[in-house]
Write a protein that binds this ligand. Structure first.
Ligand code: HEM
Ligand code: HEM
Length: 194
């Protein structure tokens, strides 16, 4: 713990070190685009959860706002992944802890899998239920043939995954807070819109 305190640069030096980082070819924060998409997506996920409906009610009265909010997550994840691949990402806060960088990579990959799989499975569920899908008024095609009875396993997975992503995001936020407050490695600053 003592060594961590000694290694930590004083606040007046930190700005300069961030610049040095940039000169060395490393960025110290995510790009503006990545930061905006990160926080808009977080709000959309929570809003999609609150507007979700299950069971027969969906057929009688389709939750169009839920569909639109969820599809907006998918629409933002595509440019987000492109930005992720073509742009620069800040290196892990502590290069000495390789296991931590690997755990973060795996955790973020799981979140990305949900950001793509969740809207697609919802679109599939709506198609199976025979419910028309639209994105803020724009009609979209179905991606599966409608069925008479239960919409099937992927629809069940969607209903559960829609809640699991909130737990994962909560855990992710707790870990980010632990990095920032306990390890004091400035993790929250990397994704801060300010
Ligand atoms: C990405 C964000 C999304 C989240 C967090 C989410 C979350 C949820 C949750 C928690 C449920 C269960 C509600 C309940 O049982 O009361 C649900 C159901 C449902 N969602 Fe989503 N959803 C998302 C995206 C979508 C999209 C994009 C669509 C369609 C285009 C969609 C279509 C549906 C349908 C049809 C159901 C009912 C499934 C059934 O009753 O079998 N969802 N969603
Ligand atoms: C539904 C909500 C959320 C989702 C889906 C989500 C998803 C993600 C993903 C996929 C990344 C990886 C970015 C990349 O390297 O490409 C990330 C990074 C990050 N998120 Fe979230 N996030 C959510 C909510 C939050 C919240 C509430 C916080 C705040 C406590 C937070 C703080 C961060 C931070 C600080 C990073 C950067 C981590 C690093 O530099 O390694 N996120 N988030």
């Amino acid at each position: 713990m003592f060594s961590r305190v000694v290694n930590r640069p004083p606040p007046e030096m930190r700005k300069g070190l961030e610049l040095m980082d940039a000169r060395n070819g490393h960025v110290s924060r995510y790009s503006k685009g990545m930061i905006v998409i990160h926080w808009v997506t977080a709000v959309l996920i929570v809003a999609a959860w609150f507007t979700a409906e299950g069971g027969r009610h969906v057929v009688a009265n389709p939750p169009l706002l839920h569909f639109s909010l969820g599809l907006a997550v998918l629409a933002l994840t595509v440019p987000r992944l492109i930005l992720r691949v073509v742009g620069q990402t800040p290196p892990p806060p502590d290069e000495r802890r390789a296991w931590m960088a690997l755990a973060a990579k795996i955790g973020h990959a799981v979140l990305y899998a949900f950001l793509i799989g969740l809207p697609l499975s919802g679109w599939y569920a709506a198609s199976r239920l025979g419910v028309p899908v639209s994105f803020f008024g724009i009609s979209l095609p179905t991606i599966a043939a409608p069925v008479q009875g239960a919409p099937g396993m992927i629809a069940d997975i969607h209903e559960n995954a829609g809640t699991v992503i909130l737990y994962l995001a909560g855990l992710h936020a707790l870990i980010a807070g632990w990095h920032h407050i306990v390890l004091r490695d400035g993790t929250l600053r990397r994704m801060s819109p300010l």
